[in-house]
Design a protein around this ligand. Structure first.
Ligand code: XUL
Ligand code: CO
Length: 440
């Protein structure tokens, strides 16, 4: 088989003093950090949509990079994409990939034909996985790009569209199971609304939950043992996306009894759009037992839309990996680069430069997070800050031993409490974090 990137060899780890741009400075797959190798801790995944299909097209202009993989027919191109993707994964030491059904194989004249041609591609992927040991992290269905989904898929006002979506998702779940994926993602592309003047919100959400229950039951019946994920996003493409943020999604899952099967796929840029930090979203997920997987990218805080940039902000990567380590690491999930090279970075080498930048940032993030934990200054500050809850009245409240009358009595006797407050020391803690980061 001919190579798609003949000028690029396997990307080596050369360490932080290397000046070779086509080498890893920090990502050393076999190095052990916090009890596991970096490749096990980070579980990097390639995103089929941006990497194999994204050609730089935006609202203002056509593509700038050729992602036809040398083929004109859609069937041949789909196969060539598989070969090129596996070459990229091999050269970058990436073990996993993620797909939308239509990134693997486009739509054809009918659902039956689309399904049959999709099968050919997933059969081929299964062979490639067996030959290389690469794995599927998660699959999903593209229920947002075709015009039929203009008003939503699982939340469409049309029952016919809803049925099409159920059938499409059923097929995508079958492919995920066939390829041994341990995750299935729902990102509610067009599941949201523009105006309540034309929207029955409660029916739309009830229907979405019905769809999810149907898919969960079916997936379990064909042997899917992995996690379902919802990927929160507050806006884009609709003004009000139903899955605004992690807290909103948890409310939805609990209301509809879906919380046992679903976890979160947290995307960094979506957190930014929700006016949260990436760490906040991860913490809400961790604290509620729904931390699952991560779409690792970064947004631009000066722009209000989804830029899906490769992550280079090491500070954010460190705080992300701190949450991941505190959650006990990934189980079924991993770090998927839902990220694209910028439109002006249009050459084949830019794919590699982008992944190297993202992977090295997360490798640094992992090492810093590990050091934050072993250093212990930040964790022990937080523990100390809440020490009034470990003894006396605080401990009694937590143990359920202090009722409202006892608490009132305590407050009356205690009098003013300002003098016993201690500083939050935010600046000191930020300086400690810098100290940990820059003394690696
Ligand atoms: C869109 C987005 C999606 C999901 C998968 O903002 O992030 O690509 O990750 O459907
Ligand atoms: Co995403």
């Amino acid at each position: 088989m001919s190579e798609f990137f003949p000028n690029i060899g396997k990307i080596p780890y050369e360490g932080k003093n290397s000046t070779n741009p086509l080498s890893f400075k920090y990502y050393n797959p076999d190095e052990v950090v916090n009890g596991k190798t970096m490749r096990e801790q980070l579980k990097f995944a390639l995103s089929w949509w941006h990497t194999m299909g994204g050609d730089g097209t935006d609202m203002f202009g056509c593509g700038t990079t050729d992602k036809t993989w040398g083929k004109t027919s859609p069937e041949e191109r789909a196969i060539a994409k598989c070969d090129a993707a596996f070459e990229i994964m091999d050269k970058l030491s990436i073990d996993y990939y993620c797909f939308h059904d239509r990134d693997l194989s486009p739509e054809y004249g009918s659902l039956a034909e689309s399904n049959a041609k999709f099968d050919v591609v997933t059969d081929y992927l299964k062979e490639k996985q067996a030959a290389t040991g690469k794995k599927l992290l998660w699959g999903t269905a593209k229920c947002f790009d075709h015009p039929r989904y203009m008003h939503g898929a699982g939340t469409s006002p049309s029952a016919d569209v809803y049925c099409y979506a159920v059938a499409q998702i059923k097929k995508a779940v079958e492919a995920t199971v066939k390829l041994g994926g341990n995750g299935y993602v729902f990102w509610g592309g067009r599941e949201g609304y523009e105006t309540l003047l034309n929207t029955n919100m409660s029916l739309e959400l009830d229907n979405m939950a019905r769809l999810m229950h149907m898919i969960v039951d079916y997936a379990r019946s064909i042997g899917f043992k992995g996690d379902f994920y919802i990927e929160p996003k507050p806006k884009e493409p609709t003004k009000h996306q139903y899955d605004f943020d992690t807290a909103t999604v948890i409310g939805f899952l609990r209301k509809y009894g879906l919380d046992k099967d679903f976890k979160m796929n947290i995307e960094a840029n979506h957190a930014t759009l929700a006016m949260h930090t990436f760490q906040h979203e991860l913490r809400v997920a961790r604290d509620n037992g729904v931390f699952g997987s991560i779409d690792a990218n970064q947004g631009d805080t000066l722009l209000g839309w989804d830029t899906d940039q490769f992550p280079t902000n090491v500070y954010d990567c460190a705080l992300c990996m701190y949450e991941v380590l505190k959650a006990g690491g990934f189980t079924n999930g991993g770090l998927n680069f839902d990220a694209k090279a910028r439109r002006g970075s249009f050459t084949p080498e830019d794919i590699f430069h982008s992944y190297i930048a993202g992977m090295d940032s997360f490798a640094l993030g992992l090492k810093i997070a590990d050091k934050m934990i072993s250093d212990g200054r930040i964790d022990s500050f937080v523990a100390d800050r809440y020490s009034s809850w470990t003894t006396g009245i605080g401990a009694d409240i937590i143990a359920g031993k202090a009722d409202i009358a006892a608490i009132e009595k305590y407050a009356l006797e205690k009098g003013e409490v300002v003098d016993s407050l201690s500083s939050g020391r935010q600046e000191m803690l930020e300086a400690i974090l810098n100290n940990i980061m820059f003394s690696l």
